[in-house]
Design a protein around this ligand. Structure first.
Ligand SMILES: Cc1cc2nc3c(=O)[nH]c(=O)nc-3n(C[C@H](O)[C@H](O)[C@H](O)COP(=O)(O)OP(=O)(O)OC[C@H]3O[C@@H](n4cnc5c(N)ncnc54)[C@H](O)[C@@H]3O)c2cc1C
Length: 319
């Protein structure tokens, strides 16, 4: 793992820096590359544009680690509103939810109760809105799976995320395949100890391919698993394309997923080739930790952002 990655992930946890950044106009200008807006209206407009370009969406109201029941309730309410707006606007979008945003730090029961409210509302929508539970740092992995498995029996419109960098993930994927639930497969965005996660990219990539192969195998197909391949890695994407072609798997039996603002060219290319592509669209005022994790993934983004900020801030430039 690179030092830069460690630095950015450590900075993502700094509350004072987060407070400073979220009140700073220049920092917000930079973050807009990855964040669709601060309000639901702005985000819905972005979803419309993405849909018009053939891209599906999953919506994330930014926020994590709330420390009071009132904040957890407010975050859940925001999702209820987003579900109403998704259906009223007639856009093609699911939602992605972080359990710490809806009270996981206050206990499993709080997050589970909030998620149940969201799932009930999402299931009532016509058609139902799909709810994906994001996976956070390893302190939460076991509890997140626990809540998912408890609710999966009651709701069809819920899915979870698995992280290829964790050693445990092959076992988690077996359990998901057994219940016919297709996870979003990602590499993993947090700083984890070598005792639980592969530190080297080559090992994480190899794990990703093993897990992808498993998600497309005969048992997974029989059980109706619909995998979401979440990566911007061209080598993995090419491998998946070749693998599904070889196995005669339809292009509508799975989807690729990428983050808003990352590899827009590749997103469009995959749509043009007839693959399903879903974009993860975050919005809201609590964008700081999410943004820092994006910089951690690709420190070159820092130079890109500095360059574009300098040009934006030049006298006479439009902001
Ligand atoms: C839809 C979606 C949902 C996700 N949900 C979760 C989640 O719930 N939990 C979690 O831990 N992680 C999540 N992630 C993040 C994921 O774990 C990785 O940190 C992130 O996707 C970077 O890994 P990569 O697979 O793109 O490959 P990498 O090996 O990091 O990158 C491969 C190539 O992709 C491009 N690229 C990658 N990141 C960027 C970037 N930020 N800016 C520009 N180019 C970039 C570069 O060309 C790079 O060489 C999600 C990712 C996606 C796409």
């Amino acid at each position: 793992m690179t030092v830069m990655r460690q630095v950015f992930i450590a900075l993502s946890k700094s509350k004072p820096l987060g407070h400073f950044a979220t009140h700073n106009r220049v920092a917000w200008l930079a973050a807009q590359r990855f964040v669709a807006g601060q309000s639901l209206d702005e985000a819905i407009e972005v979803v419309r544009q993405l849909n018009a370009a053939g891209l599906r969406v999953t919506f994330d109201h930014l926020g994590e680690n709330v420390s009071s029941r009132a904040e957890a309730e407010a975050a859940a309410d925001t999702y209820l509103l987003a579900i109403d707006r998704i259906r009223a606007a007639g856009v093609d979008s699911g939602i992605s939810v972080k359990l710490t945003a809806i009270g996981l730090d206050l206990g499993d029961a709080v997050a589970e109760a909030m998620l149940r409210r969201i799932l009930e509302k999402a299931a009532e929508a016509e058609p139902a809105v799909f709810v994906r539970i994001d996976m956070e740092g390893s302190d939460y992995t076991e509890r997140t799976f626990g809540i998912f498995h408890r609710l999966h029996g009651d709701f069809e419109n819920v899915g979870i995320v698995v992280q290829a960098y964790l050693y445990r993930t092959a076992g988690d994927v077996d359990k998901l395949i057994a219940i016919g639930s297709g996870p979003r497969l990602c590499k993993g965005a947090y700083l984890e100890a070598e005792s639980i996660a592969w530190p080297d990219k080559a090992d994480v990539d190899a794990s990703y391919l093993r897990l992808a192969r498993r998600l497309f195998d005969d048992e997974a197909r029989r059980n109706g698993v619909y995998p979401a391949i979440a990566t911007h890695d061209p080598a993995i994407i090419d491998w998946v394309k070749a693998h599904v072609a070889e196995r005669g798997i339809d292009r509508d039996a799975f989807e690729f997923q990428m983050l808003y603002g990352v590899r827009r060219d590749l997103q469009q290319q995959l749509v043009a080739e007839g693959y399903r592509m879903r974009v993860y669209v975050p919005y809201g005022s609590q964008w700081y930790p999410y943004y820092m994790r994006r910089l951690a993934e690709r420190p070159e983004n820092v130079q890109f952002i500095l360059r574009s900020l300098l040009s934006e801030l030049k006298p006479g430039a439009r902001t």
